[in-house]
Design a protein around this ligand. Structure first.
Ligand SMILES: O=P(O)(O)OC[C@H]1O[C@H](O[C@H]2O[C@H](CO)[C@@H](O)[C@H](O)[C@H]2O)[C@H](O)[C@@H](O)[C@@H]1O
Length: 247
């Protein structure tokens, strides 16, 4: 881990010998109040198409969202891109999906979250294929209660508690973005290529650490913090400007 210090911006992206892996929320799209309210503009869709071509298919999104959610946001563009979803638990590559079963305890947690926060304005319960999250960006005063409730369900059926930006989540354990990227790099066309990964959240740190271990390029997006990344960009706009130069 690098101490909190100023990291330089990343070098220009090179497709030759590299593969490109990008976090989604906070890296490619700006964070907004509600998980379903992100804006995927046509400029982003065009950029993703171009990057898939430039990297000859060695291009993946690595997200805490499920593969199905990413596909829903990207539409046809998703077909050309590999997706590591659900914090590393799911992999969709070449039209094939690899994912564990949904544990029954997630259904119970989903019911408990929905009951606890029903009618609480500003709290959003997000149901995912391998996780359930409580978002309190619009009502931060509910953060402590959300975490306490999540703690009650953590460890049931192997669920783990995952914190994120203004949210707490219960998700299938045994995976993280590092293990997800590791799995991806074992498959063609990614195998044998140096990974470049950019992400903003603490959940991206396992991915940044894995990439650093492999001698790849890790880019922290956002304010300086302790990180395994070697480079930093300020925000989504800076990430997109960096990607556009390569596309
Ligand atoms: O790994 P990521 O692709 O960065 O996904 C992480 C989480 O992103 C989403 O939540 C975050 O973005 C929301 C929309 O901007 C925002 O309202 C929320 O506060 C953020 O935490 C998504 O909803 C989660 O499922 C992902 O795990």
């Amino acid at each position: 881990m690098s101490p909190v210090a100023s990291l330089p911006p990343p070098p220009p992206l090179r497709a030759s010998g590299h593969c490109l892996l990008l976090d989604f929320d906070g890296t490619l799209v700006d964070l907004v109040d509600r998980p379903d309210a992100i804006v995927v503009d046509t400029g982003l869709i065009d950029l993703l198409h171009q990057l898939a071509g430039t990297f000859a298919g060695r291009f993946a999104l690595v997200s805490g969202r499920s593969v199905a959610q990413i596909e829903g946001f990207l539409g046809d563009a998703a077909a050309e891109i590999a997706v590591v979803g659900s914090h590393g638990a799911e992999l969709r590559l070449g039209g094939r999906n690899i994912a564990p079963d949904r544990p029954p305890a997630l259904v119970e947690a989903e019911r408990a979250f929905s009951a606890a926060f029903a009618g609480e304005e500003g709290v959003v319960v997000e149901v995912k294929s391998l996780g359930v999250a409580v978002h309190y960006r619009m009502a931060p005063e509910h953060g402590v209660a959300a975490r306490r409730l999540a703690e009650q369900y953590a460890d049931r059926d192997g669920l783990v508690l995952q914190t994120g930006k203004m949210m707490v989540e219960l998700r299938v354990g045994g995976h993280d973005k590092g293990t997800g990227i590791d799995a991806l790099l074992r498959h063609e066309p990614f195998a044998g290529h140096m990974p470049v990964f950019a992400g903003d959240d603490v959940t991206d740190e396992s991915g940044l650490a894995l990439v650093a271990e492999r001698g790849g390029v890790g880019v922290l997006v956002g304010a300086p913090r302790e990180t395994a990344a070697q480079f930093r960009l300020d925000d989504v706009a800076a990430v997109r400007a960096w990607l556009e130069k390569a596309a």
